[in-house]
Design a protein. Structure first.
Length: 399
């Protein structure tokens, strides 16, 4: 059965539409949206399939879906907007803005290490319940008191869930409002971009059902095979212990529940349309959110050349196809087109959003069926990106 695809696609990007349709026919997509913005205009804005596993709800133009860690790009942007306004110094200690963070030897940890996954706070050493993770004050207090899993600054390791609380609390201490509120009032509402971190109950009816590895949409289930029985006590206990810590000690519960949709888990539960994500990244390209100096700084690689990620390297033994910037995956491996300065973030299961400032392009893909990808990427996304850069509309542009 052929999946009906709706929306607009400029003639020179018809190959992208064909690849999007192939995702449904050959690569298992159930429901998805795709948006590409070039030179300030949408040249691709497509959607299709079903918003639930039963096929009872069609995917609409305004269907929201949890994009997991693709949310991190929006969370990081809130911090960089404060940098651009002179309210946040990335090289200042976190404790300048969040005094309680100085516990357990973390007094000199700079904000930059929160954004670049170098602080070693994958999660606390005690396990928490999903209900705990809906309690912002409790989680931030636990993280502030926690001892890092490695000496801060000496290694990088993907903070899959804690990233959002760490960066979000700095934003909250400076602005006096939650990260989700700041994102909405300062970035998404002024742009008319359809995305939320902390989705209002009135918008839940637009949310697609996540169809995860267990059919239930649990983030922890994606990595269940990596977890051992009982708590992990040290990074040497298991070669995948860091990843287990990131998922097991800060679980997010069933992402299809109203409680999870309404909560603010800024690393993992943004609900968005592809168009909304591409709109925000497009505004970055156009200089509407931060200035040129901030844009250049946020995509500067933060680690040493070839440095492994102690979490993600467990699932990418040949090395990561990107470098970490300040909150973003930098396209140093060239898997997001020819411009190695392109940057963005992907999410568990396959979603991805990025921008390519030199080519004045932004891109986003969001779906509800988990594929084979982690935050590093998915074959469906890779096929779409390849088609975008092969289109006549980008001929001769290399970045």
């Amino acid at each position: 059965m052929t999946t009906a695809v709706q929306g607009i696609c400029a003639p020179e990007f018809e190959n992208v539409r064909a690849e999007f349709e192939r995702n449904f026919a050959e690569r298992g997509d159930v429901g998805a949206s795709l948006a590409v913005r070039l030179d300030g205009e949408f040249v691709v804005d497509l959607w299709g399939g079903d918003a639930d596993a039963e096929g009872a709800r069609p995917w609409e133009r305004d269907t929201l879906v949890n994009v997991y860690s693709t949310s991190k790009g929006m969370t990081a942007l809130c911090a960089h907007l404060l940098v651009d306004r002179g309210e946040l110094d990335l090289d200042a200690p976190v404790s300048r803005y969040w005094p309680e963070f100085a516990q357990a030897g973390k007094g000199d940890v700079p904000v930059r290490w929160l954004l670049s996954h170098r602080v070693g706070l994958l999660g606390p050493r005690e396990r928490l319940t999903p209900e705990d993770v809906y309690d912002w004050e409790k989680i931030c207090a636990v993280l502030a008191a926690a001892e890092p899993w490695w000496e801060p600054g000496t290694a990088q390791g993907y903070h899959a869930v804690s990233f959002g609380f760490l960066v979000g609390e700095v934003v909250r201490r400076i602005t006096g409002v939650s990260l989700g509120t700041f994102l909405r009032t300062e970035i998404t509402e002024p742009l008319g971009a359809d995305l939320y971190i902390g989705t209002p109950a009135a918008e839940h009816g637009r949310c697609a059902q996540l169809i995860g590895p267990d059919g239930g949409g649990s983030l922890r289930s994606l990595y269940a095979k990596l977890l051992e029985d009982g708590p992990v006590r040290s990074l040497d206990a298991h070669p995948l212990a860091p990843l287990a810590l990131a998922m097991g000690h800060l679980p997010t519960g069933n992402v299809n529940s109203a409680a999870c949709r309404s909560a603010e888990i800024p690393a993992a539960n943004g609900n968005a349309t592809a168009r909304g994500l591409a709109e925000v990244y497009g505004a970055l390209v156009d200089g509407k959110i931060v200035g040129a100096d901030t844009l250049a700084a946020l995509r500067e690689p933060q680690g040493r050349p070839g440095e492994p990620d102690v979490v993600l390297s467990a699932t990418a033994p040949d090395g990561l196809p990107f470098s970490w910037g300040c909150g973003y995956m930098i396209n140093t491996g060239g898997y997001l087109g020819p411009n190695k300065g392109a940057f963005g973030h992907g999410g568990a299961g396959g979603s991805f959003a990025f921008c390519d400032p030199e080519n004045r392009l932004s891109y986003a893909y969001a779906m509800n069926k988990f594929g084979g990808g982690t935050s590093g990427g998915d074959v469906r996304n890779f096929a779409l990106v390849e088609a975008v850069y092969a289109a006549p509309g980008l001929a001769g542009r290399t970045g």
